[in-house]
Design a binder for this molecule. Structure first.
Ligand SMILES: [Cu+2]
Length: 405
């Protein structure tokens, strides 16, 4: 009986000991989406578990592009550099890194450059993980002894049981115990940080319809006024920029490039003149999300609305949405959904006057439908755009919603 128990325990041991992955949060990959002229490109920096090691950087683009990205990695601690290149959807660049801590990854393609700050983190062991590992080891050794002596040594069997109890207890408590901060992590500030101030500008100052222009967002710390350069990547980008024409005909959801500390820029081209509203979703480190807004004018000849693209026919529940209470929106999608920015789908909703902007995340409702739930604050007409990826391309489907009461 004891022999069977000991053998069973050894089996459990062999399954549990190598699976210590739950503490290795630092080994997670980092995904950063940037809008290049070619389209949306997500750079994927694979996690590392020990150093020195090559940092693997790959790129995924929608729509697919064969553009080559030149990469340069620079340590902000000692200035050491490594370089490489990668094509979207093809393999990875291996950039050697010697130590944990802050780095900048410079990505360049076709005259556009973005410098992405990030941290290389290496998992550090907390004291309790060492206790757990030690207890498992002792239990294992004693259990082996127990098997060899056919369970005749009470000391061995008792010791194995006691060690196993300690190990299992620590393992069960593990999710509630504090993890050691990974090596290379930034010092944690106690409170959140001041609000960001954002100023939008265009180059040229008055862009023209159908001509490329640069839209720049300059971020400043609300307390000191200094350039704000501590954005954290959320939903796979440091900043999500929504640009809509005031009439809602034109919609862009892009991810600007960091061209200098606190300066985010994206190249745009819009087909219609008029007033445009810009919104940036950002998140400072150790702080909540913030929405910054601005506006700019595009010059050019007014012309009739272009034939509208495929609009969505949403199914609303309740069919007549009520201000201040949730509405569920279901839209059917063509083709199998691919995650986009870490989610099956996104829904951007703007009030007609532009004073309200919401961003909801969808859940897949079966193979070919997306479901969103959100609450619209007031009566009126809302312009909505559902976004998802399928078949290697991004789909944007506009529709409107009326809130009558
Ligand atoms: Cu975004």
């Amino acid at each position: 009986m004891t022999r069977v128990l000991a053998a069973a325990f050894l089996l459990v041991l062999s399954l549990t000991v190598p699976a210590r992955a739950h503490v290795v949060e630092a080994g997670a990959e980092l995904r950063v989406t940037q809008t290049f002229a070619a389209g949306e490109v997500t750079f994927v920096v694979a996690g590392v578990s020990s150093l020195p090691a090559p940092l693997r950087v790959s790129a995924q683009a929608v729509p697919a592009t064969s553009l080559e990205f030149v990469l340069e990695l620079r340590s902000l601690i000692d200035g050491s550099r490594s370089a490489g290149s990668v094509r979207a959807g093809q393999g990875y660049a291996a950039l050697p890194v010697g130590h944990a801590g802050p780095y900048e990854l410079r990505v360049q393609a076709g005259g556009e450059v973005s410098t992405i700050p990030f941290r290389v983190l290496v998992p550090a062991s907390a004291v309790w993980t060492m206790v757990m590992d030690g207890a498992f080891l002792v239990a294992g050794l004693l259990a082996v002894g127990g098997v060899l002596t056919a369970g005749r040594s009470r000391l061995l069997v008792g010791g194995a049981s006691a060690s196993a109890a300690v190990a299992v207890t620590v393992m069960l408590l593990a999710p509630h115990l504090p993890a050691a901060p990974p090596e290379g992590a930034a010092p944690v500030a106690e409170a959140g940080r001041p609000y960001a101030q954002g100023r939008f500008s265009t180059l040229p100052a008055r862009p023209a319809a159908d001509a490329e222009f640069a839209l720049t967002l300059r971020l400043a710390d609300g307390a000191t006024g200094r350039p704000l350069d501590d954005l954290t990547v959320h939903h796979e980008a440091p900043a999500h920029l929504i640009v809509t024409s005031e009439d809602g005909v034109v919609f862009r959801h892009v991810h600007p490039l960091r061209t200098a500390p606190g300066v985010l820029t994206v190249r745009l081209r819009v087909p219609r003149p008029g007033r445009y509203l810009a919104y940036a979703e950002i998140e400072r480190q150790e702080s909540g999300g913030q929405l910054l807004s601005g506006a700019f004018e595009v010059a050019g000849q007014a012309r009739p609305e272009p034939p509208s693209r495929k609009t969505a026919m949403p199914r609303l529940t309740p069919a007549a949405p009520v201000a201040g209470t949730p509405v569920t929106i279901e839209i059917s999608t063509e083709g199998r959904l691919q995650p986009w920015l870490g989610m099956p789908g996104h829904l951007i909703v703007r009030s007609r006057d532009g004073l309200h902007l919401a961003h909801a995340h969808g859940t897949a409702a079966g193979e070919s439908a997306l479901r969103f739930t959100l609450t619209l604050p007031d009566r009126g007409r809302y312009l909505a755009w559902a976004q998802y990826a399928t078949g290697g391309r991004l789909v944007t489907r506009p529709f409107t919603m009326e809130v009558d009461r």
